[in-house]
Design a protein around this ligand. Structure first.
Ligand code: KG4
Ligand code: ZN
Length: 341
């Protein structure tokens, strides 16, 4: 018998819906809200309003593209948190309403858990992929930077986290200082392609253990530019590629140093990366080299599943559903949801 789950992701500025049947992805519709671009960041109030405008059409399109009607759906999943509360509430309320109308269960999913499983998304014409557990996941997004031991679809241990900025935030803030657009990560990645990664050096964090820190690097980048601009007001445009390549390579080295340390500490050689920053070409290339040199088993997501999408939420929900785990209708959205359960 076919088990189909409809999932909704609305934690930030992407309204997304996906359908997964028997573990494979049938559709994944993403409406990225363009209204925020002119503000240089996400405006929460505008995000909730845009989710309300988009959600009916996005869900309808996900069902149509999957070739399924709502009566073929066994449960409705949604992102419970973390995220912007107003945005989360649009997704959860829509999921609850539709589930009541259809008399089917709901499943609330942690957004970060969704990211972790993005490398394992397979489309309907591909073979299903089951990871080797346990694996180590380097989760790098706009809001989070964590090292996680993933023991099963539903059990996790966080062994390292950022103590200040997330890796994506470091990319975005450094891009902002250079007056690039938002989000800055993909732009730094683009300009870095022609630059020299060893041209400029910025301060390295000295954090013990497996935690990360990016605020010192960001401040050192800011002060360096401020000093250089005193002598040459065109310093940024004259050196854009080298600046991007240098800051990118140093952010990536901070991430990979800790990953190497985590592998040594845990002995786990199944390694995944996920989250928006896992789209970064420097990170993907350096990780691939490290993996080859150290005989690691690498799980790297397709670029299209690195940033926010409902497919990853729905995949986790599918496994919860198969374990018989669903939520009651009084489940609440939690902006700072941190635990995995
Ligand atoms: O996972 P995500 O879509 O949203 C959160 O849950 O935070 O991640 C967004 C982050 C942004 O900070 C963006 O600049 C970064 O991912 N990002 C990148 C790249 N593509 C997206 N950072 C570096 N290089 C990229 N190619
Ligand atoms: Zn995300």
């Amino acid at each position: 018998m076919e088990t189909c789950i409809l999932g909704i992701e609305s934690s930030c500025d992407d309204t997304s819906a996906a359908v997964i049947c028997n573990g494979k992805l049938y559709s994944n519709i993403i409406n990225t809200q363009s209204i925020h671009f002119k503000y240089g960041g996400v405006v929460p109030e505008l995000a909730s309003r845009a989710h309300q405008q988009n959600i009916v059409l996005v869900v309808k399109e996900a069902l149509e593209q999957a070739g399924k009607n709502i009566d073929q759906i066994s449960a409705i999943a949604f992102t419970q948190g973390p995220g912007l509360l107003g945005s989360l509430l649009v997704g959860s309320s829509f999921a609850k309403g539709l589930a009541i109308a259809q008399d089917i269960p709901i499943i609330g999913i942690n957004h970060l858990q969704g990211h972790i499983f993005a490398p394992f998304l397979r489309e309907k014409d591909e073979d299903e992929f089951i990871p080797n557990f346990p694996f180590l996941c380097l989760l790098v997004s706009g809001g989070h930077t964590q090292l996680i031991i993933v023991k099963s679809y539903t059990t996790f241990e966080i062994i390292g986290s950022t103590i200040d900025d997330a890796a994506g935030e470091a990319f975005d803030k450094c891009a902002k200082v250079m007056n690039l657009g938002y989000p800055g990560g993909p732009l730094i990645d683009k300009y870095a392609k022609l630059g020299n990664p060893n041209k400029f050096q910025f301060s390295k964090p000295k954090i013990a253990g497996l935690n990360f820190s990016f605020s010192g690097l960001k401040t050192s980048f800011l002060y360096f530019l401020r000093d250089q601009i005193k002598d040459n007001k065109n310093f940024i445009s004259d050196n854009l590629s080298d600046l991007c390549a240098s800051i990118q390579s140093q952010i990536v080295d901070i991430l990979l140093d800790k990953l190497l340390k985590a592998v040594k500490q845990t002995g786990i050689k199944n390694i995944a990366i996920s989250g928006g920053v896992s789209a970064n070409s420097c990170l993907r290339n350096k990780l691939t080299d490290l993996g080859l040199n150290n005989s690691w088993n690498l799980y790297i997501p397709k670029i299209k599943y690195t940033t926010d999408n409902a497919a990853m939420i729905t995949l986790v929900a599918y496994h919860y559903f198969m374990e018989g785990r669903t939520d009651s209708l009084d489940i609440v959205s939690i902006a700072k949801l941190s635990s995995f359960s």
